[in-house]
Design a protein around this ligand. Structure first.
Ligand code: GYE
Length: 317
């Protein structure tokens, strides 16, 4: 009799564990997930997309991927399509931060969890499962702190802003200002939006170099590496030495910025990890396993300089 009870005891322990393990296995695969992506405006964005697609395939997730070409209207239509398709979950990389309440409520009413990834939304956090992202204000503070020490707190700065209305552009600007305001001789003299695009970075910087006195420009603070690389081209065309005559600091840590560092054309970048896919899919798995999920899953990123550019470039290509 005793052996019999032991068997039941073991079975009663093994079964739920195996079910849980199987369930974990099960929820890690065979999910249908809709992913609404901003677009292809930067190298960082395309690398980010690659990670999502690769990780979904690795987990046997059926990914319904829609590129919004930087249009919120397209993203809202994509989410409505995902809801009609009855997906298990939705991942949204919001192009701008406002205007999402109604569509997020539609997803909630359809019992479809939504993970916000990368940029933020102003919608109430009860309308989404979690947000996986970096701290954009911290990125701005890091960039400004480096520039303050590189210039002894005395610098007239050109700012290349990201997409107007995006939390990334707003918060990087806020974080950067928080630090330079500590230095009376540091100021942003010109600030223009370039939509995180390399071609815009070059055009804007070309215009600034034609209208401002280049000798008065100490540094360029760019909300992403792509616009910084565009600005580097404009600075070179103006006969100036980027990274020396005009210092440059940006965000993303894409491979091309490390190439620019190796050429002496830029000075610092703050990393934004392109691989948030696993964190987003794990959060969805936790949701289906009935586990609690924090409202913000933060992705860290540090400062990189030319002294490690060669190895960072090799690592990322
Ligand atoms: O820095 C830029 C992309 O949303 C924080 O978007 C992201 C930004 C990133 O276009 O390269």
């Amino acid at each position: 009799m005793q052996r019999f009870f032991i068997f039941i005891a073991i079975a009663s322990i093994v079964a739920p564990v195996s079910t849980l393990l199987y369930a974990q296995d099960d929820t890690a695969s065979n999910l249908r997930i809709g992913f609404s992506q901003v677009g292809t405006e930067s190298d960082w964005r395309t690398a980010f997309t690659d990670h999502i697609v690769t990780e979904a395939a690795r987990r046997n997730i059926e990914l319904l991927f829609i590129d919004a070409e930087n249009s919120q209207e397209n993203q809202i239509a994509a989410i409505r399509y995902f809801i009609q398709e009855g997906v298990d979950a939705i991942v949204l990389a919001p192009v701008i931060e406002t205007g999402w309440n109604a569509i997020l409520l539609e997803a909630q009413q359809a019992n479809i969890p939504v993970v916000i990834i990368d940029r933020n939304v102003t919608a109430d956090e009860s309308l989404y499962l979690t947000r996986v992202s970096s701290d954009f204000k911290h990125e701005g503070r890091l960039a400004a702190a480096w520039l303050a020490q590189a210039t002894a707190g005395d610098c007239n700065i050109v700012e290349l802003e990201g997409t107007v209305g995006s939390s990334a552009a707003r918060d990087r600007h806020i974080g950067f200002l928080e630090v330079i305001q500590l230095f009376p001789e540091m100021r942003i003299t010109v600030s223009q939006p370039g939509d995180f695009r390399r071609d815009n970075g070059e055009q804007i910087m070309e215009g600034i170099l034609n209208t401002e006195n280049p000798a008065e420009i100490c540094a360029v603070w760019s909300h992403n590496d792509d616009m910084a690389i565009g600005a580097i081209e404009a600075i070179k065309k103006a006969g100036l030495d980027p990274g020396d005559d005009i210092l440059i600091v940006s965000v993303d840590a894409i491979p091309d910025i490390f190439l620019a560092m190796m050429n002496g054309d830029t000075n610092a970048t703050v990393e934004l990890n392109t691989n948030m896919a696993g964190l987003a899919f794990d959060a969805i798995d936790s949701y289906f396993n009935g586990e609690s999920v924090p409202k913000w899953i933060r992705v860290p990123g540090g400062l990189y300089f030319p002294d490690t550019a060669a190895e960072e470039y090799a690592k990322r290509t």
